[in-house]
Every structure is written in structure tokens, then in C-alpha cells.
Write a protein that binds this ligand. Structure first.
Ligand code: AMP
Length: 281
């Protein structure tokens, strides 16, 4: 595996690439787990060369404590990437990504995505996500970008970024990889206390309960029961909502056929977990 730390060196490297070679790209913040590896395996199956990046992007953390406590496991990550057969690791420092600093970065018209769900709860988060992904795509220039459905709203934001900036890349969204007990894999899970780790799968249980026996009609009492179940288990609920899958607008009454998705964010201790489930798949 080639490790490239400088944007300029990446550009030179791409200048030498054989025409007709397809590149897949998986951006990450490291602390890699099987969810990341699933994206990388998919890229390896579907493209000729696979690029992974590891960069903990300061501009997408609205909570400084979350940023400073973000797990860093670089040696293990490099070992996992080598075992997976990744071709290129882009490992920039903050100056390579933001050479002009972070004070006056571009802002993006994300419409309602900046106001709904994660956009509402984490002001500035998706602007930061766009800043870093825009920059990473301009350096790595992949043909296919692989992202995880676990961060469903993020996928929709990036789809919008690709459209807004006419970036010549195809976005592929990959299914959420879960632990055996249903908890969505996440780098943040390693910060859960043993007690909180045993409570954490209840988030996915509650999402599944929303799906079971779902009928057309009002959704509010189901949602209330879900929020109460989470609170009773010890979660501090940021949101539990049912939204139209296409644009994430909240749905309070279901017509029985519009595609809908349930999305949740909740804290256990200091750790914020998110998850979602397609209710109409
Ligand atoms: P992160 O390192 O958390 O920024 O995640 C990097 C990429 O991996 C994003 O596209 C995430 O959506 C994806 N990802 C994270 N966790 C999972 C998971 N459990 N299953 C599938 N994809 C995931």
C-alpha cells in the first residue's frame, strides 16, 4: 500500500495513472472497523484501485470535546488497510486539507438538510462534511465514492454536494454493518462504558419496533412509545423521527406507500449514537 500525505504528491501520482484505470474512494476518520472494511471490499470488487483516506476533520465537529476524544488508532488502521488490500492511503494533516486555514471556508447551499435531524442538532456539521469531502474529492479524483447508509443524511448531503459542484463521481451507498447484537458499528462505540455498551443495541431494537406491524395512519403514538422506551433504557434522545426517504421531511401520517425511514440519535453518557432503518424496504 502506498501512503501519501501531501495533496501535491497525490496529484503527481494521479498524473502518472494509467488511463482506463478506475478508482474507488472511501473517506474515513480512522479507528477502522468492519463497517469501513465493507466499503473498502466493495470498492475493491467494483473498481481497479481503491483509495482510503484517514482524516479527523475538525470543521465537522460542533462539539470540541467530541473532536478531542475522537479515537485514533493509526497503526492498527494501517495494518487493517494492508490486510484488506487497499492500494493507496491518503493521510493528510490539517494543513494539507485546509492550506488557507479554517476561518473562511466555503459554505454550501444544503437547503433543508442543514435544518433537519443532524442538521438541526449539530449546527455547522454538514458544512464541515462538505468542506472536507469537496477537498478530498478534488485531490483524489475518484470514479466512485463509497459511503455508508449508517450516516444516511450525510449520504444525501454528499449527493447534493456532487450535484451542486458538478463533481464527476458516482456515489454508491453501502448497507450498515452491525455487531451481532444489532448495534451499528461505529468508531465511537469503543468509548461506551461496559454498561452503556450493553444498553446500546436497544437503539436498533426501537427502530425495528417502529417497523413491525407498520400501517398507514398517524405515526405519533408509535414515535412517542419509541422515545419513551429509549429514555427508560437510559438514553438521552436527540431525535427519533420518521421521515420521507427521498428528502427526510418528517412524516406524521403515513399514506401506506411513500418510502419512509426512521432515524435516531441518542446519547449514552457522553457518546452520541446514530442509526436508521428503512421502514418500507
Ligand atoms: P467515519 O470514519 O465515521 O467518518 O465513516 C467513514 C465512512 O464509513 C462513512 O461513509 C460512514 O457512513 C461509513 N460507516 C461508518 N460506520 C459504518 C457501518 N457500521 N456500516 C457501514 N458503513 C459505515
Amino acid at each position: 500500500m502506498i501512503i501519501i500525505r501531501e495533496a501535491e504528491r497525490f496529484r503527481r501520482f494521479l498524473g502518472e495513472k494509467a488511463t482506463g484505470t478506475s478508482f474507488g474512494f472511501v473517506p474515513t476518520m480512522g479507528a477502522l472497523h468492519a463497517g469501513h472494511l465493507a466499503l473498502l471490499h466493495r470498492s475493491k470488487r467494483e473498481t481497479d484501485k481503491t483509495i482510503c483516506s484517514i482524516f479527523v476533520n475538525p470543521t465537522q465537529f460542533n462539539d470540541p470535546a467530541d473532536f478531542s476524544k475522537y479515537p485514533i488508532t493509526l497503526e492498527d488502521d494501517i495494518r487493517m488497510l494492508e490486510m484488506t488490500g487497499v492500494d493507496i492511503l491518503f493521510l493528510p494533516d490539517v494543513h494539507e486539507i485546509y492550506p488557507e486555514g479554517t476561518a473562511s471556508l466555503e459554505t454550501y447551499d444544503l437547503g433543508r438538510m442543514d435544518q433537519l435531524l443532524e442538521g438541526r442538532q449539530r449546527p455547522g456539521h454538514f458544512q464541515g462534511v462538505c468542506q472536507v469531502v469537496h477537498r478530498l474529492l478534488s485531490v483524489t479524483r475518484p470514479d466512485v465514492l463509497f459511503m455508508g447508509r449508517k450516516d444516511f443524511q450525510q449520504c444525501m448531503v454528499i449527493r447534493r454536494l456532487i450535484h451542486l459542484k458538478s463533481i464527476p463521481v458516482r456515489l454508491e451507498i453501502c448497507d450498515t454493518v452491525r455487531e451481532a447484537d444489532g448495534l451499528a458499528m461505529s468508531s465511537r462505540n469503543m468509548r461506551l462504558s461496559p454498561d452503556d455498551r450493553s444498553t446500546a443495541p436497544i437503539l436498533y431494537d426501537v427502530l425495528n419496533r417502529l417497523k413491525r406491524g407498520l400501517d398507514a395512519g398517524p405515526l405519533e403514538s408509535r414515535l412517542r412509545a419509541g422515545r419513551e422506551a429509549l429514555a427508560a433504557a437510559g438514553f438521552r434522545v436527540d431525535y427519533l423521527e420518521i421521515c420521507r426517504t427521498t428528502d427526510l421531511e418528517p412524516v406524521t401520517e403515513w399514506d401506506g406507500h411513500t418510502p419512509i425511514t426512521a432515524l435516531a440519535a441518542a446519547f449514552l453518557g457522553e457518546v452520541r449514537l446514530i442509526d436508521n432503518i428503512d421502514l418500507t424496504a
